[in-house]
Design a protein around this ligand. Structure first.
Ligand code: PGA
Length: 253
């Protein structure tokens, strides 16, 4: 394998979470138009709420901006009221899916074993997973961050990811939506530990998947974060809701 085949383009993914009514499509349109005029070095994706996914995918058709879901069920189909199957995300135009976000782990009691099952189902449907990991403030203060996150990587990534396109997003929970970001030194330390885990699991191929950072990435800190060692992109929440902010982050990659 050549070095370039091991170094995919960075990924900048917007996670709209439970935000966005129809009018939010205008923001996505503005992002696509700007990138059409001035193509980005990074791959760019927007993961809207499920209600907007189909319309967003249609809106962005023909543009360079991909769409993604924010979750899918671990089963391919069936009696699961209120849930969304991986095949439905594909049907709605998604190419990617965020799995194991800390808000899902916390709000819905998702375990790493469940996340791994979701990853399997997502891959089988043809989706590219973005698998989230990250420690709480209490875990960091107890000196357990590395241990917690590397265990999440081991337990949330099934062997079937070997040879597939995917990324891991490191999102310290205490940095999400708080305006606090991890220091570059902390990010580099954690990303190196995640990379080492990926190589342990997948061998040489574990050097390829981008490791994204997430947690209060904004236009004013994006350059320093995206330049850090082993940072292969960003998962952006709040700052992805406004085209201008999201574009500034994309330009930094
Ligand atoms: P934030 O969210 O950028 O608003 O901190 C990031 C995320 O949770 O994906």
């Amino acid at each position: 394998m050549t070095l370039s085949s091991l170094t995919p383009r960075p990924l900048i993914a917007g996670n709209w979470k439970m935000n966005g009514l129809a009018e939010a499509l205008d923001q996505a349109r503005a992002v696509a138009a700007a990138l059409d005029a001035r193509p980005a070095a990074a791959r760019v994706a927007i993961c809207p709420p499920a209600t907007l996914l189909h319309r967003l995918s249609e809106t962005l058709e023909g543009s360079s901006v991909l769409t993604g879901g924010q979750d899918c069920h671990a089963k391919a189909s069936g009696a699961h009221t209120g849930d969304i199957a991986a095949s439905m995300l594909i049907d709605a135009g998604a190419r990617l899916v965020i799995l194991g976000h800390s808000e899902r782990r916390e709000d819905h009691g998702e375990t790493s074993a469940l996340v791994a099952a979701k990853v399997e189902t997502a891959l089988a449907a043809g989706l590219e997973p973005i698998i989230c990991v990250g420690e709480s403030l209490a875990q960091r203060e107890a000196g357990a961050a590395l241990e917690v996150v590397t265990a999440q990587v081991r337990e949330s990534l099934p062997a079937s990811l070997a040879g597939q396109a995917f990324s891991v997003a490191y999102e310290p929970i205490w940095a999400i939506g708080t305006g606090r970001t991890a220091t570059v030194a902390d990010i580099e330390e954690m990303h190196a530990a995640i990379r080492a885990q990926l190589v342990l699991i997948f061998g040489e191929a574990g050097k390829a998947p981008p490791i994204l950072y997430g947690g209060s990435v904004k236009p004013d800190n994006a350059v320093e974060i995206l330049r850090a060692a082993e940072v292969g992109g960003a998962l952006v929440g709040g700052a992805s809701l406004k085209a201008a902010d999201f574009l500034a982050i994309i330009a930094a990659a």
